[in-house]
Design a protein around this ligand. Structure first.
Ligand code: SAH
Ligand code: SF4
Length: 409
């Protein structure tokens, strides 16, 4: 049973559950109705028919928006000039979010403030992070914002073998995990699927990525809880898979354990379903409840039950993420309990350990290096594949749970 206080806590969540319906959600009023980005080939074709153009202009537009990554209608030279003008006159825009600011870390990570094209009302930026692997770090002390329009130097584009883009699904977050900086913002608004996919397209473009050749992974682990903005999140995934050409097997979505979201996710066809990560973060319900109030609504067993409904591809594993908070979740007995919990779940699983990243106004401590190692050793000793996630971009507040510091000051 929910107490009154808890009902208040989750009032917002419940309301989101009910009102979430993608482009038609409660935020649509602040987003231009006439953005092309976010529409798939079929809807683009339908729009073309509506304005008296042949349906085959739809695939042509999709090619321009998603494969050629063109950001202005006027630059879509595959369309006749007259048609481009007609679209512009009717108020249409590509509507691609713009990288408004870039912060570069000494480790090569870049954090972007990404701004939706605006009618003035939706000026809040979201954050997107680029994490290249295999470079030796770049210039800058990591604190200086750099000019986003500055061209990357030729050699800089390919100093990595693979890269990961960390994508946001909401501005802020309503889930209120006690250790997370994003939580401090509360939920400001949901992103539309065009805005979610648009972050990826803007970053692919910045780094000159050739889809199909370059190895790029996506993680939906930025600001927000993707499963509380489900339709927009999955709408974005569909665009990214079907139109942009990225593989869902190179995408991972992380959830704090929103059971109805996991249940819907289990119904998604394998061709578009990303991999799933669960933010476990505690060895038992008692500790988890103190850290993640959402656990009162959906405790660990309920989350694991829902995860069992996801039909995994061959060799696919569920990831359990586990934030190590010094003295709170990183002790030897916690590791033993986590190992037992993961084994008993019967799920093909791996564990990603994340040393807590500090943030202003959050009173936890980072774990000691030796405790992280011991924790990993205990899980590995129980036969559970366990990785320690490297803190990327901590110097620029780009690491897990640190997003959205600079905008709010
Ligand atoms: N809302 C989703 C996805 C975004 S958070 C979720 O919670 O799963 C992505 C990951 O960062 C989660 O596993 C979360 O537990 C972790 N995280 C949050 N704050 C953190 C912090 N300060 N240090 C390290 N990891 C953190
Ligand atoms: Fe939201 Fe995830 Fe942060 Fe929790 S950890 S507050 S769910 S973004």
């Amino acid at each position: 049973m929910l107490t009154q206080a808890m009902a208040n806590d989750f009032g917002q969540l419940v309301q989101l559950d009910d009102s979430d319906s993608g482009e038609g959600n409660r935020d649509s009023k602040i987003v231009s109705e006439k953005r092309l980005l976010g529409m798939d080939t079929v809807s683009l074709a339908a729009r073309m028919l509506e304005i008296g153009e042949p349906a085959w202009r739809g695939p042509q537009l999709a090619e321009a928006l998603y494969r050629q990554r063109i950001a202005e209608i006027n630059d879509i030279t595959t369309l006749p000039k007259l048609l481009r003008q007609k679209l512009i006159d009717q108020g249409w825009e590509v509507g691609r979010p713009r990288i408004a600011q870039v912060f570069q870390s000494v480790d090569g990570t870049e954090r972007y403030l990404v701004q939706s094209p605006g009618n003035g009302l939706d000026l809040q930026t979201v954050e997107t992070v680029w994490m290249p692997e295999g470079d030796e770090g770049e210039s800058g002390d990591g604190t200086e914002p750099v000019d986003p329009d500055q061209e990357l130097k030729a050699g800089e584009k390919k100093k990595w073998d693979r890269a990961t883009i960390c994508v946001s699904s909401q501005v802020g977050c309503a889930v209120n995990c006690q250790f997370c900086l994003t939580a401090k913002l509360g939920l400001q608004r949901n992103l539309t699927h065009g805005e979610i996919a648009g972050q990826v397209i803007a970053v692919l473009d910045r780094h000159g990525i050739e889809v199909g050749r370059d190895r790029v992974n996506l993680v939906f682990m930025g600001m927000g809880e993707p499963f509380l903005n489900y339709d927009s999140f999955m709408g974005a995934v569909r665009i990214l898979v079907e139109e942009v050409g990225l593989s869902p097997q190179r995408m991972t979505v992380s959830t704090s354990g929103i059971v109805p979201g996991i249940e819907r996710f289990a119904l998604e066809p394998a061709e578009v379903r990303p991999k799933l990560a669960i933010s476990l973060n505690a060895p038992n319900d008692k500790i988890r409840e103190a850290l993640m109030p959402i656990n009162r609504k959906w405790p660990i067993a309920a989350v694991i039950d829902a995860v069992r409904g996801v039909k995994l591809r061959s060799r696919e594993r569920i990831t359990f993420e586990y934030v190590l908070l010094g003295g709170v979740t990183d002790q030897a007995e916690h590791a033993v309990e986590v190992a037992r919990l993961v084994r008993r779940s019967g799920l093909p699983a791996k564990v990603n350990l994340i040393a807590w990243n500090p943030g202003p106004g959050i009173a936890y401590s980072m774990p000691l290096h030796e405790d992280v190692e011991k924790f990993r050793g205990t899980l590995a000793g129980e036969g559970i594949p366990t990785y320690v996630r490297r803190a990327r971009g901590r110097d620029i507040y780009a690491a897990c749970g640190q997003l959205k510091r600079t905008v709010e000051g």
